[in-house]
Design a protein. Structure first.
Length: 276
C-alpha cells in the first residue's frame, strides 16, 4: 500500500512542479548549454572506434557536457525545490498534505525526488544525445560513458536539492527561498567552474583544497571514472586532485549528497510544524 501511495504522491508532485512552462524552460536551457559543449567536427578523430584516442575524446566530451549542464541544473533545482516546499507552505497546501493519512517520510521523498529524478534523467538524455551526435560511429561507447554522468548528476543534484529543501523549510517563502538557494549554489558553481591555474594565481595555497568542495569534487569524481587525468603539470603547488584516488572522490561525493538531505529529512519527519 505504501509503495502505491508513494508512487501516486510522486506523480502528483511531478505534475504540479513540472507544469508548463517549467519543463519547456528547463529543456531549452539545457539544450542551449549542451550545444555549446559539442566538439567541432574538425577535431573528431576518424580512427577506429576502439582506439585509445577515440575513447579519450569521448570521455572528454562527456565530461565537458556535464560541466556545461551544471549551471542550468543547479538553477532549476533551486527554483523547483523552493516551489515544491516553500510555495506549498505559503499557499497553505502543506497543512492539508500533512493532515492526510500518509507518512511524512513518503511525503518528503515524493516532493524531493519529484525534482531530483527528472533533472537527473534530463541531464543524462542531453549528455547521451549531444555526445552521441558527435561520436555516432560508436554509440555504444557513448552510452557506457554517459551512465557515469547519470550517477554524478544524481549525486550533485542531491546536494543541491538538500540546500533547496533546507532553505525552503526554514524561510517558508517562495521568492526569498529561490534567491537564497540560487546565490548559495552559484557560489559552489563558481568554485567548480574556476580554472586551476587562475585559482592558484588568485588565492594561492587555498586553491589546493578547491577539489574538496561539493560540485568540484563530484566533477573530478566523474573525470576519474572516465579515466581523464587532470592537467596540473604547469602548477607549482600540486592540487589534491592529482593525488587522491577515485574511491576518495566517490566517498566525498556520496558524503556531500547525504550531508544535508538526511538531516532535513529527519527534521521534516520529526520536528517540522505548521505555524499559523
Amino acid at each position: 500500500m505504501s509503495v502505491r501511495t508513494g508512487w501516486a504522491l510522486l506523480k502528483a508532485e511531478m505534475s504540479k512542479v513540472w507544469g508548463r512552462p517549467i519543463l519547456e524552460i528547463t529543456f531549452a536551457l539545457m539544450a542551449i548549454m549542451s550545444v555549446s559543449s559539442i566538439m567541432p567536427f574538425t577535431k573528431i578523430d576518424v580512427q577506429s572506434a576502439f582506439s585509445g584516442v577515440f575513447r579519450s575524446m569521448v570521455a572528454e566530451s562527456v565530461s565537458a557536457t556535464v560541466v556545461s549542464l551544471l549551471l542550468p541544473l543547479i538553477l532549476m533545482c533551486a527554483i523547483l525545490m523552493s516551489l515544491s516546499f516553500a510555495r506549498d507552505y505559503e499557499q497553505g497546501l502543506m497543512q492539508s498534505l500533512l493532515s492526510l493519512p500518509i507518512s511524512r517520510r513518503l511525503l518528503f521523498a515524493a516532493k524531493f525526488f519529484a525534482v531530483v529524478l527528472p533533472l537527473t534523467l534530463l541531464s543524462w538524455f542531453f549528455v547521451t544525445l549531444f555526445v552521441g551526435i558527435t561520436f555516432y560511429s560508436n554509440f555504444w561507447l557513448v552510452l557506457q560513458f554517459s551512465f557515469f554522468a547519470l550517477l554524478v548528476s544524481f549525486l550533485f543534484l542531491m546536494f543541491c536539492g538538500g540546500i533547496g529543501a533546507l532553505v525552503a523549510l526554514v524561510i517558508k517563502r517562495t521568492i526569498p527561498s529561490v534567491l537564497a538557494v540560487m546565490l548559495t549554489n552559484l557560489l559552489f558553481w563558481f568554485i567548480a567552474a574556476m580554472e586551476s591555474g587562475y585559482a592558484y594565481s588568485s588565492i594561492g595555497e587555498f586553491a589546493r583544497y578547491m577539489c574538496l568542495t561539493p560540485y568540484k569534487s563530484t566533477l573530478i569524481f566523474l573525470d576519474k571514472l572516465l579515466g581523464i587525468t587532470p592537467n596540473v603539470s604547469h602548477l607549482i603547488v600540486k592540487p589534491l586532485e592529482g593525488s587522491l584516488s577515485v574511491d576518495s572522490f566517490g566517498i566525498l561525493a556520496v558524503f556531500y549528497a547525504c550531508i544535508l538531505v538526511v538531516p532535513v529529512f529527519v527534521y521534516f519527519c520529526r520536528r517540522f510544524e505548521i505555524c499559523e
